[in-house]
Design a protein around this ligand. Structure first.
Ligand code: NDP
Length: 284
């Protein structure tokens, strides 16, 4: 016996969320501004509500996943009274401030972030981040767990959104570095598919650096146990020079070099790479 759920928003992600609930046996009510996106879900057993208000009233767990916070305000502002006594789980991407604002809209609010693409929703590799009402998380943990691995970060509703952008930054930084490398090796006629396994092996090594540097950041002690920042800077200049020589855009490596030089100017030449966090903190 599964608890009834409502999913508001049937874009690429909302459809995947509703499908995962359905597959796990939850009575699932759906609503979308453009109702024909519900066709497949209805064929799979979902109930299409004629209005957002009807959808909200159909379940005590209401998940919303629209394009942005403005869309959530548009869709839900007229129905705030219907949200009373229900748990609203906002899985729409937004800032931490927007999450805190929406947290005042229902008695038991959870804000969440989805670290997955639609096709992995419901699979073990999907993970979702939640913050807000602990009572709501505990009460609906099993249902939310159908979407992927669910982690709760505490009562500040903005934290899940902050983790979200920080993690996306890790993704973009890593992908940009890979794409830059693919362009550089591509100029030497090396296929990206030949580069990829080495990039992946090295990303695996880097995960070890992350653990070591996290401990240094928390201690505020940047002892160079592996390589000093000035050693990094020397090799970073080769990345800039090789890029220029190959006709590859130098913006990305030049920015890495500029950040590193600022840390060195602030006195971290002999410190570990983790000391660059002082630049990001605005202290260097
Ligand atoms: P889509 O563009 O596919 O869907 C957007 C949804 O928002 C549609 O249901 C659309 O309705 C609805 N919408 C937009 N404006 C309004 C409005 N003013 N009133 C009512 N409904 C509105 O986006 P996704 O499903 O891909 O993404 C949804 C959220 O999930 C985003 O915040 C995104 O960042 C997040 N997300 C997406 C991931 C992905 O891989 N796709 C991964 C992680 C997070 P209509 O159909 O009528 O246009």
């Amino acid at each position: 016996h599964r608890e009834p759920v409502t999913v508001l928003g049937l874009g690429l992600m909302g459809r995947a969320l509703a499908a995962a609930f359905l597959e796990a046996g939850h009575p699932t009510t759906v609503w979308n501004r453009t109702p024909d996106k519900a066709t497949d879900l209805v064929a799979g057993g979902a109930v299409l509500a004629p209005s957002a208000a009807d959808a909200i009233r159909a379940a005590s767990l209401v998940v919303v996943c629209l394009s942005d916070t403005a869309a959530v305000r548009d869709a839900l502002a007229p129905h705030r009274a219907d949200l009373a006594g229900r748990t609203l789980v906002n899985l729409t991407s937004g800032t931490s401030d927007e999450a805190r604002e929406l947290a005042t809209w229902s008695d038991d609010h959870l804000d969440g972030a989805i670290m997955a693409i639609p096709e992995s929703i419901g699979r073990p590799e999907a993970f979702l981040l939640f913050s807000g009402s602990r009572a709501a998380f505990d009460r609906h943990r099993d249902s939310l767990g159908r979407l992927g691995n669910a982690t709760f970060f505490g009562e500040d509703p903005g934290l899940a959104s902050l983790y979200d952008v920080a993690l996306l930054g890790v993704m973009w930084g890593t992908l940009n570095a890979f794409l830059h490398g693919a362009a550089l090796l591509g100029a030497a006629k090396v296929d990206a598919t030949a580069f990829a396994p080495f990039a992946n092996q090295w990303i695996g090594s880097v995960t070890g650096f992350v653990d070591a540097y996290a401990a240094q950041i928390d201690r505020g002690d940047y002892q160079a146990e592996d390589a000093a920042l000035e050693t990094h800077l020397a090799t970073m200049k080769y990345l800039v020079r090789e890029s220029a020589a190959a006709g590859v855009d130098t913006d990305w490596p030049a920015r890495l070099q500029a950040l590193t030089e600022r840390a060195i100017d602030a006195g971290h030449a002999g410190a570990s790479y983790a000391s660059l966090v002082e630049v990001f903190r605005g202290r260097a």
